[in-house]
Design a protein around this ligand. Structure first.
Ligand code: PLP
Length: 424
């Protein structure tokens, strides 16, 4: 499908009068429609809850917007816990799905009343030693090992993944947790990332539903919630077919009726922790062409860099680019679109067919709303830029300011040299 940005060149020309490029621009309308669609897709399950994976887009305005639709937070660090709590999303509305967890993060998660999702068998003892008890409600993360295949070649390799309990550990662990006082049990699993297929959740659901039926038969433990976690992908490439959450929800429903209901487990709550699917498509990185370079290849240099979006640099990820105002122009040129870092991987696109770009043209880099801003870093002393929200009424609200040089030097403020940095 043709990818069209949710803003026009004219809108951007107005926005830059107040907020110069580059910036992330989120689409309130798209975010709200997504939240509602997810809620509708799982409405058949009365206990359903999405815990938005905060790491995908840790912005309080977006967390609160989602919370209007009953969406909680999936956290994996102290900062994410503190952010959720500060947004009024706390207690039961937090799922704490971390791994290699430091003691102080378990302490904080417990203090906030979050549901703790244990990543490892040994964490049962570690948690008890750390917080002095086992919470009444507890979850364990499952790793089936081997290769996990979803459909038409979509697969991943849980055997090599650092996460989760083996099946034997899970069955033993659940009984230990029960003996130590746990009463409400959940399981969680995240087996394949960025799946662009409507089959992933239903396939994973089957795996987990069969597992909890067996757990009930062998141990008498009845699972209360099953967390399908993240992994629902987005169509980064125009030739991909977007996932349909309604079909995904119906697919899970069918497997639920087939496996859980006959086993007397028809009250199990379904949870999800989607990140990418929730915010990914609803943010554009807006950047301006500032240099063109003709050597062995043709280069367009823009004012954003990998600090604003690392995915292409670290994974070679494809992000579609639209030259604003040239949506329908023929793609006659082949460019590498680069940022300014002293790293040859700082390229938003390589050998990309695009319309002829003039200096000053605005480029919209698509699908940057998840693992985009949040993954950014400060290499070369480059600063992270602002996050803006395009509201439903067409106005624009800044939802995070850009970093300043003073922010960058802040961690030297306990040294005498700080005065000479002259960043007041
Ligand atoms: C990253 C992560 C998610 C979100 O993954 P997406 O691919 O963005 O949906 C959910 N749960 C856990 C535990 C994660 O680590």
């Amino acid at each position: 499908m043709k990818k069209t940005p949710f803003v026009t060149k004219e809108q951007i020309e107005n926005i830059v009068k107040e907020f110069p490029t580059p910036f992330h621009l989120y689409d309130e309308k798209g975010l709200r429609e997504k939240a509602q669609a997810v809620r509708d897709a799982f409405a058949w399950n009365p206990g359903y809850k999405e815990y938005f994976a905060v790491k995908a887009c840790p912005n309080p305005f977006i967390l609160k917007l989602f919370n209007e639709y009953g969406i909680g937070c999936d956290c994996a660090s102290s900062a994410e816990l503190i952010l959720s709590d500060a947004c009024g999303i706390t207690g039961d509305e937090i799922m704490f799905s971390s791994n290699d967890t430091p003691a102080e993060e378990f302490v904080l998660a417990d203090k906030l009343g979050a549901t703790i999702n244990l990543d490892d068998f040994t964490h049962i003892q570690f948690l008890e030693d750390t917080i002095g008890h086992i919470p009444e409600k507890i979850s364990c993360r499952f790793n089936p090992g081997g290769i996990y295949e979803v459909s038409n070649g979509i697969m991943d390799n849980p055997q090599d993944a650092k996460y989760g309990f083996t099946k034997d550990q899970l069955f033993e662990g659940m009984q230990i947790l029960r003996d130590k006082g746990a009463k409400v049990f959940g399981i969680h699993s995240f087996l394949v990332s960025n799946t662009v297929t409507n089959d992933y959740y239903p396939t994973l659901a089957r795996t987990l539903f069969e597992l909890v039926v067996e757990l009930k038969e062998k141990t008498g433990i009845e699972i209360s919630f099953i967390n399908l976690s993240g992994g629902v992908g987005i169509d980064y490439k125009p030739e991909q077919q977007a996932n349909d959450i309604k079909i995904i929800g119906e697919g899970v429903h069918k497997v639920y009726d087939e496996i859980l209901v006959p086993a007397g487990l028809g009250n199990v709550k379904i949870f999800t922790e989607m990140g990418r699917f929730m915010t990914g498509p609803h943010d554009l990185l807006i950047t301006k062409a500032i240099h063109e370079k003709h050597i062995y290849k043709e280069y367009i240099g823009v004012d954003a860099c990998a600090v604003d979006l690392m995915r292409p640099a670290i994974y070679g990820s494809y992000h579609h680019i639209t030259v604003l105002g040239k949506e329908d122009a023929p793609c006659t040129e082949t460019y590498d679109v680069t940022g300014s870092l002293c790293e040859n991987c700082d390229k938003f696109a390589v050998d990309r067919k695009l319309p002829k770009i003039e200096m000053g043209d605005y480029l919209a880099i698509h699908d940057v709303g998840a693992h985009g801003y949040s993954m950014g870093y400060n290499y070369n002393g480059k600063l992270k830029h602002a996050e803006l929200l395009l509201k439903e009424d067409g106005s624009v609200q800044m939802i995070r300011r850009g970093e300043t040089i003073a922010d960058y030097f802040k961690t030297f403020d306990c040294f005498p040299i700080f005065d000479k940095l002259n960043v007041k």
